[in-house]
Design a protein around this ligand. Structure first.
Ligand SMILES: Nc1ncnc2c1ncn2[C@@H]1O[C@H](COP(=O)(O)OP(=O)(O)OP(=O)(O)O)[C@@H](O)[C@H]1O
Ligand SMILES: [Mg+2]
Length: 318
């Protein structure tokens, strides 16, 4: 370090002899160093932003994979529980029929020791209660299993890890529905969801990536609802060679000064832990990859509408 200073900063005696404009003064050098340093800092910050963004999208992808893996594992046992349940229901119906026949025969045993034992036993186990309760338990359990099966199926549809990440012609309504089921927990206490689906052809897309876009728009809409309860309306339709999906909310809206920044990575108005500010920037990237557009219109205190427009085919046939 000392060596390089000795080389670049001339001795005072030599300094007189040199042309002043050729050798920058120490002040200039410091300025230059400061400028270079600021530039480096800026570059460094951008690099670490980009790295964070990459990590976040990696994280989303691996969460999706993990969810799909778990869903796949659960799918199998749920499958046989579900099918066994159907059989069990039939067996129990048969057993009840048999029991009714025994009960009829019981009258013939009145007054005998066997008849007395049967009567005591019936009272101890509360047979009448069991006859009412068993069918109820069966139907509640069946409903529970059906729900688990649906959640598992939605998780699989949502991440679609079982299918290769390829461009396919997909029904976006299906993607929106499974995404709505996934985020249902985030939405159901805050908003009613109105589906106003129009005509829409299958769209050439990466379905699991588009589902990420829908998920972020829906969760953002739910977060924006600060009133007791609001409405989220999902509209779809098509025009010419494009399909569109709109997510509208009756939330707090976006302030004018923020409208130009919402797609910036890390721009968030949410408290730490609630938002990273990456949702819309990732969504923007995904929509661009699909050669589409994402637009927003918002009014403070009234609500916000996000509209995603996508070409039906990536390369329209000539
Ligand atoms: N529907 C909406 N209504 C009101 N403001 C919104 C809406 N959608 C987005 N915003 C604003 O845009 C910001 C950026 O949204 P974005 O989805 O990129 O990040 P986030 O939701 O804050 O965090 P993340 O999605 O990473 O969890 C939000 O913090 C919010 O201020
Ligand atoms: Mg978000």
């Amino acid at each position: 370090m000392n060596l390089s200073i000795a080389q670049t900063v001339p001795e005072p005696a030599d300094a007189h002899a040199c042309n002043e404009s050729a050798v920058p003064s120490t002040g200039d050098q410091v300025q230059e160093l400061l400028r270079a340093n600021a530039e480096l800092k800026q570059l460094n910050a951008r690099l670490s932003d980009a790295q964070d963004k990459l990590m976040q999208s990696e994280k989303l992808a691996s969460i999706g994979q993990l969810a799909a893996g778990v869903a796949h594992e659960i799918n199998n046992p749920i499958g046989y529980i579900f099918s066994n349940f159907g059989t069990l229901e039939k067996y129990i119906a048969d057993l009840f029929e048999m029991l009714a026949a025994y009960e009829e025969a019981e009258t013939a045993l009145a007054g005998t020791p066997v008849g007395a034992r049967l009567e005591t036993l019936r009272e101890t186990i509360e047979l009448d209660f069991l006859k009412d309760d068993i069918p109820m338990l069966m139907s509640e359990s069946k409903e529970g299993i059906t729900r688990v099966r649906k959640i598992v199926q939605n998780l699989k549809d949502f991440s679609r890890v079982d299918t290769t990440q390829e461009w396919v012609m997909a029904d976006l309504h299906h993607g929106i529905d499974s995404t709505l089921n996934i985020v249902n927990n985030e939405i159901k206490y805050k908003a009613d969801v109105v589906k106003a689906y129009g005509e829409m052809p299958d769209v050439e897309c990466l379905p699991s990536e588009l589902n990420q876009v829908f998920m972020n728009l829906l969760v953002n809409a739910a977060h924006a609802i600060t009133a007791e309860r609001g409405t989220i309306t999902v509209r779809t339709g098509c025009a010419d060679d494009t399909a569109w999906v709109e997510v509208a909310d009756s939330g707090e809206g976006i302030a004018k000064e923020n409208l130009g920044r919402i797609f910036d990575p890390f721009f968030t108005t949410k408290p730490v832990g609630k938002g990273t500010g990456l949702g819309l920037s990732l969504s923007y990237g995904i929509v661009k990859k699909h050669l589409g557009q994402i637009e927003v219109s918002s009014e403070v205190g009234v609500g916000t509408v996000f509209r995603v427009t996508l070409p039906v085919r990536r390369r329209p046939e000539a």
